[in-house]
Design a protein around this ligand. Sequence first.
Ligand code: AMP
Length: 287
Amino acid sequence: MQVVESISHLRVLLDEPRRSGRTIGLVPTMGALHAGHQRLIERAREDCEFVAVSIFVNPLQFERKDDLDRYPRDLEADLDVCRRAGVDVVFTPSVTELYPTPPVCVVDVRQLADHLCGRFRPGHFSGVATVVLKLFQIVLPDRSYFGDKDAQQLAVVRRLARDFNIPVTIIGVPTVRDPDGLALSSRNRRLTPSERARATALYKALCEARSHIAGGITDAEEVKRRARAAISPDETVRLEYLEVVDADMQPVTVISAPVIVAGAMWVGETRLIDNLPCIPPSADLEA
Ligand code: AMP
């Protein structure tokens, strides 16, 4: 496995597999790798003949400097994970390698970023789309892998590829969870034991919403009210949002087709997000 920090070196390394027609898979990450990232890498390994993983904590997508500074970083452990998973090349650029000067051109993400995390993190999806576009331009992957856990991000990346005619296939990978349902996240490392115990509240609320939708409640307000009530806020836990949206991340009022129930919750100083796809019985019958 090669570990490269420079764009030019990476391009040289990718030249041979590309010229010999090997399928190139890219897994973009911010490091602090866990079993969720590993699942993405495994999928890439199954599908592609050459697998690149990028590890880059992208300042452009952090709207709060304290969050950027506190983001977990563990490069040596990450490289071990990649080595064991059979990755061909790990790209670990510095901030100055990817942004030698503050970018003048960035990607403007419109409707898709209006709700959910986009509402609470202004500029976040512009930062995500900009760095993903750069990574696509640098690696020129045939396929790229993203987690369903970040459903809005996945929707933005799919739209980015379409709107900019990027010849890459975007693969969404189901969320990997701990046995108690908590979605794996690099941010989980920051939770204290008592915060970790409370962190499943969001998943439980999403499950509550899913069972009401499966049970035939079509009024999204009612579903949200019941799901929110499943979280008892205290000094540790605060729900930021819980919404019912369609595949374009737009709010739904009447649930008559498959939807996504998505939420963000603060546990102490840590913000966690999660979502579940939900299918109403009416959609079931039509399927
Ligand atoms: P991050 O390092 O948090 O930027 O995540 C890198 C990629 O891993 C993104 O596409 C995430 O959606 C994906 N990912 C993060 N957590 C999980 C998880 N628990 N299950 C599946 N994919 C995940």
